[in-house]
Design a protein around this ligand. Structure first.
Ligand SMILES: [Zn+2]
Ligand SMILES: [Zn+2]
Length: 761
């Protein structure tokens, strides 16, 4: 147990040692020439690890491959070897590198530059590349480092200028490919199909090399992402020190109560600050991952406060780190942490990608980061070969966190999540088909290759809207002078984005999805944008503008909404006695009617009414119904049904990330004691974006596992009648009322009992 923890509490729910692993080096592939090998040898890479060589061999043989291994296992070498060798030996060959963030791309580019291999001309091509330099890159670079956004807006629409580069394209490297999931992943999947189509037009069929964090079934996800058959390499051959992994649940506070009188736990941030201080006192070089930038700053501040009472010099060894740092600043901080000049750093996930820190003594993760894959990625910053390290997960007030700290097997032993994406979503397909047609007219084969059977209907719609024109040679974009690309936001859900503008300066801060804007940037809302806090002054949905000012009040806001859901089409429905489980498309109508101001303790300050227009969303949902008789037989009187179903719905939304790579903000739910379309008490869980991103489908597929975990998360929480760790939801439109914790367990037992009776289902 760490020092500083009051005795008499046992927040440590589990601890185990993940044993050390010996490295398995192997020989250099015989096709790697001495000149490519030499700079690696000079850097101490005497021989590649098994996974690096295996993946490189596949890529060299022209097989599409994904390497999925742990943080700091050296995945880069897997693609560097084939790409550098090809560029070095074939003066005409080219390669493309894609990363989800600029910081990561810049780091990878720097590494390649530093190798100084003859014949390799690597350059970046992104939004920051000056215009005159862009010409040089197009004409002379043979390894271009860019990102999906630039590929979409800058390269494909003007592929004619890239003819030479694309004709010679031998490799496409997709780094951190697990980032491409959900809606963003669906967009990138179509973007890559567009890239392949344009390449094919120039006679090029590049080999795809993907690098992923450890996820479940990486080849399956990589195949959906690229539309190609991909082989996987998952056997990590790099060495690792032993790591002690501890799961920690902050205790319930005795004095404070939250919404509807619910008990409140000590915050994960405060707990993390204490741990960071303890670790620095022990002389350990430690990193704490916190959700928001403000949280990171508070955590660093908290740790410094504890330390300054012991030794002011120690307090100076703790810092906060955030996104938006310049590369030099990042490098400085990395160095300080590596040399031990800094001992404790609190950071947001900004540090997760594109930062070269590994081999620390301890990592504290404040709140489950959404997926086990990213937990292990963060945890991977701790531990050097030969040295032991500590990793702590501190649970937040959240049903998924509660479940995981009480079910270490699910956290530490289970296979990781699958990367879920759905490139057949018509809302994603339509804009990409339009972009593709404007790049090169679409043939029937193109339509099939881009979107499968679903795509033809989407093309017909585009023709009906006048965007495409059917001619003998295929489908043509109707407006040759006005390309569709700029209007397609590959990181958003389509539609006109709402622009956030700082009132005082007129500075544009960023954009918010139009679907979520009424709930997240209504007047009075406290809105976190890239870790910074703002308060919204006005929201104009017609003009797509929200005016905000920088302010960091002590409260947060939560919208209150009225939600209605109707079933558009039931695609699958299975009966298990008086339980029905269905999957299909739905229309969700949501109206924001007000908001609550809440203190961090959970206490509600007040409620303010709002008059906002209703918005509707067509998407996919999974739902289950139980008959009235079944609920009565489960011991639930009708008066308890709304609260029981509502609580079961909340917890299920909180637990879905266990089986799909979403976070609870990507999905929504509706529960009702009588739904007009089903005629019975019903719980719906739906995708939060138009057309869906595959989450409802995945929930349907993993129903038993998902609801079993949901039931356990509720019953494991020691609160008497519901709290944010089990059935309360931070995004509930009904102010978490009514909620019946015990009733939710009865509902879920009834569902799971019926599912278990049916061995086939
Ligand atoms: Zn609880
Ligand atoms: Zn609710």
């Amino acid at each position: 147990m760490l020092a500083g923890t009051p005795s008499g509490e046992s927040p440590l729910t589990h601890a185990e040692i993940v044993p050390a692993r010996d490295g398995r080096p192997t020989g250099w592939p015989d096709w790697v020439p001495e000149t490519v090998r030499a700079p690696f040898l000079a850097r101490g890479v005497t021989r590649p690890w098994g996974h690096q060589a295996a993946a490189a061999e596949h890529a060299w043989a022209g097989e599409h491959v994904v390497v999925s291994t742990g943080t700091a296992s050296g995945k880069s070498l897997a693609y560097q070897l084939p790409v550098l060798t090809r560029l070095h030996t074939d003066p005409r060959a080219t390669a493309l590198y894609l990363s989800p963030t600029k910081a990561l791309g810049a780091d990878q580019l720097r590494t390649v530059h530093d190798l100084r291999i003859d014949g390799v001309r690597a350059a970046s091509y992104d939004g920051d590349t000056p215009i005159p330099e862009r010409d040089w890159v197009r004409q002379h670079a043979n390894w271009v480092f860019t990102n999906p956004d630039m590929l979409h807006r800058g390269v494909l629409p003007r592929h004619g200028r890239w003819t030479t580069f694309l004709r010679r394209l031998r490799y496409v490297v997709i780094d951190e490919c697990h980032s491409y999931r959900g809606l963003f992943g669906s967009h990138v999947a179509l973007l890559l199909r567009r890239l392949r189509r344009v390449c094919a037009r120039y006679g090029a069929h590049p080999t795809f090399v993907l690098a992923s964090a450890t996820v479940s079934e990486p080849a399956a996800s990589a195949s959906v992402l690229t539309g190609l058959d991909v082989v996987e390499v998952t056997d990590d051959g790099s060495p690792r020190g032993a790591r002690a992994v501890a799961l920690w649940e902050p205790p319930l506070l005795e004095e404070v109560t939250g919404e509807n009188g619910a008990p409140v736990r000590r915050s994960a941030g405060a707990e993390t600050a204490r741990m960071l201080a303890d670790l620095v006192l022990e002389g350990a070089r430690s990193l704490a991952f916190v959700r928001s930038r403000r949280g990171a700053e508070l955590t660093a501040l908290g740790a410094r406060r504890v330390l300054s009472e012991v030794d002011p010099e120690l307090a100076a060894q703790v810092a906060a780190y955030r996104a938006g740092y310049l590369p030099e600043e990042r490098r400085e901080l990395e160095q300080a942490l590596l040399t031990g000049a800094l001992r404790g750093v609190a950071t947001t996930n900004a540090l997760e990608l594109g930062v070269d820190i590994a081999g620390l003594d301890a990592v504290v993760v404040a709140g489950f980061p959404g997926t086990r894959a990213s937990f292990w990625q963060q945890a991977g910053r701790a531990g050097r070969s030969g040295d032991d390290a500590l990793v702590v997960l501190v649970a937040r007030d959240d049903p998924l966190d509660t479940y995981l700290v009480h079910h270490p097997q699910a956290m530490l032993g289970a296979p990781l999540e699958r990367c879920v994406l759905d490139p057949t979503n018509p809302y994603v397909l339509a804009p990409h088909l339009a972009c593709a047609a404007s790049e090169i007219p679409l043939t029937r084969d193109d339509v099939d290759a881009l979107g499968g059977p679903a795509a033809l209907a989407v093309v017909d719609d585009l023709v009906a809207e006048g965007l495409l024109r059917r001619r003998r040679g295929g489908w043509f974009w109707s407006h040759p002078t006005d390309r569709p690309h700029a209007g397609v936001d590959i990181r958003g859900s389509g539609g006109e984005q709402v622009v956030l503008v700082e009132t005082e300066t007129g500075r544009m801060l960023g954009t918010v999805d139009p679907g979520t804007a009424p709930a997240t940037v209504h007047p009075g809302a406290v809105h976190l944008h890239q870790g910074e806090s703002y308060v919204v002054d006005t929201l104009d949905l017609d003009d797509g503008l929200a005016h905000v000012h920088a302010e960091d009040p002590e409260w947060t806001t939560q919208a209150r909404t009225v939600i209605d859901i109707s079933v558009e089409e039931t695609e699958e429905c299975s009966a298990f006695g008086d339980l029905q489980v269905c999957l299909g498309s739905v229309e969700v109508t949501e109206q924001v009617v007000g908001y609550l101001r809440k203190l961090p303790s959970g206490r509600v300050l007040d409620s303010t009414p709002l008059d906002m227009p209703a918005r509707s969303l067509r998407t996919r949902a999974v739902w289950y119904t139980l008959t009235e008789t079944a609920l009565l037989a489960a011991g639930l009187a009708p008066a308890r049904w709304p609260g029981a179903l509502h609580a079961a719905e909340h917890a299920a939304i909180g637990l879905l990330p266990l089986v799909a790579t979403c976070d609870r903000w990507d999905i929504g739910g509706v529960s009702t004691a009588l739904h007009p379309d089903t005629g019975h008490p019903t719980v719906f869980v739906h995708d939060g974006h138009p057309g869906g991103a595959g989450f409802a489908d995945r929930a349907h597929e993993a129903l038993r596992e998902w609801l079993t975990a949901t039931r356990a998360a509720i019953s494991d929480c020691e609160c008497p009648s519901g709290c944010p760790s089990c059935v309360q939801s931070p995004k509930c439109g009904n102010g978490n009322d009514p909620l019946d914790k015990a009733g939710a367990i009865l509902v879920l037992d009834a569902v799971l009992g019926r599912l278990a009776e049916d061995p086939a289902g």
